[in-house]
Design a protein around this ligand. Structure first.
Ligand SMILES: [Zn+2]
Length: 322
């Protein structure tokens, strides 16, 4: 899929886009730029899962504070602290992760090289979501953003729960000076969750006005999308870099696909991987996370922040246009 040649794909002219993209050296060691996304959450949250009776237990925030600090220690060891934390704010926990000592933990993350995103979870268990309610989404988003700002943290990105993203977010985010989104799982089609990514490329790109439709002929927004890393074969757990829901061999396989794609297409792949603070109590998941983080830099990947990922893309587009 030669999407980067697509006229609507970049904010440059057709002739610029048809130039040969930057060619990566076959020995390049950083052909995959990977943003570690850390979802600040708790374990039993299953608003869409009839198998778990749509169970949504209340979070234990003090536990999450310790868990988040533990994940930050791991990140310091493996990524130099680079990450983006996406604290849950939603129907069943509106401000628990946006107040008190948790904000101190985020300040520690930022001091260590990390970043913050606003992360909404507007689900109604067993029913659906509120993502299409623009006034509601605008209000809860703004409340989260202000709470982070009041703690001295400027959120740099947004991420929707269960990969939700409605087209009006393309206006809402820039109006709050946020120009990065992390909601995308390429190929996913969950209309009842407002998670429709059937036209999405598998590497970082600027969202068209309607991200659910092909970019052809559309205006391109100022929101840079960093999708979850995937093998391009689907949007099931086995296809994506969701650490807990995979196995180490499969995660390594997906990274190899990303590296192969980068070299084939002559373009860096810009993606994120996903881990949750609620998983800290599960030793096999933490161990898998550590092994994956150790594997990436040895095998063609480089950990970056979301801001660095966007800057790298923008610089590459400038190169192509030059
Ligand atoms: Zn979440």
């Amino acid at each position: 899929m030669f999407y980067w040649l697509h006229p609507g794909y970049l904010n440059v002219s057709r002739s610029q886009q048809n130039r040969t993209p930057m060619t990566l050296s076959p020995h390049a060691t950083d052909v995959v730029l990977m943003v570690p996304v850390i979802d600040v959450n708790w374990l039993v949250y299953a608003p869409f899962d009839p198998g778990r009776d749509f169970r949504v237990d209340p979070p234990n925030v003090p536990q999450s504070i310790g868990d988040t600090r533990e994940v930050l220690r791991i990140l310091r060891e493996f990524t130099g602290g680079k990450c983006i934390l996406t604290p849950h704010s939603g129907t069943y926990c509106r401000t628990g992760y946006y107040e008190g000592e948790m904000l101190d933990v985020y300040c520690e993350a930022v001091q260590g090289g990390g970043e913050l995103a606003v992360h909404l979870h507007e689900e109604i268990k067993g029913k659906g979501t509120r993502y299409t309610e623009r006034d509601h989404v605008g209000a809860v988003f703004e409340d989260c953003r202000r709470r982070l700002l009041a703690a001295g943290i400027k959120p740099v990105a947004y991420r929707g729960g269960h990969y939700a993203y409605t087209p009006f977010m393309n206006e809402l985010l820039p109006s709050a000076d946020i120009h990065i989104d992390l909601s995308c799982s390429p190929g996913l089609n969950q209309p009842t969750r407002e998670a429709i990514w059937v036209q999405s490329p598998c590497t970082g790109y600027y969202l068209p006005d309607n991200p659910r439709l092909a970019a052809d002929g559309q205006n391109i927004s100022s929101v840079f999308e960093i999708p979850i890393g995937c093998d391009g074969e689907g949007s099931a757990y086995r296809n994506i870099l969701h650490i807990e829901q995979s196995e180490i061999d499969n995660l390594q396989r997906i990274l190899a696909v990303l590296v192969g794609r980068a070299k084939r297409d002559g373009r860096r792949q810009i993606v994120h991987c996903l881990f949750h603070t609620g998983s800290v109590g599960r030793l096999e998941w933490v161990e898998r996370f550590r092994r994956f983080l150790g594997h990436v830099p040895e095998n063609g990947g480089t950990f970056v922040t979301a801001t660095e990922a966007k800057a790298a893309y923008d610089a590459e587009v400038k190169d192509i246009a030059a």
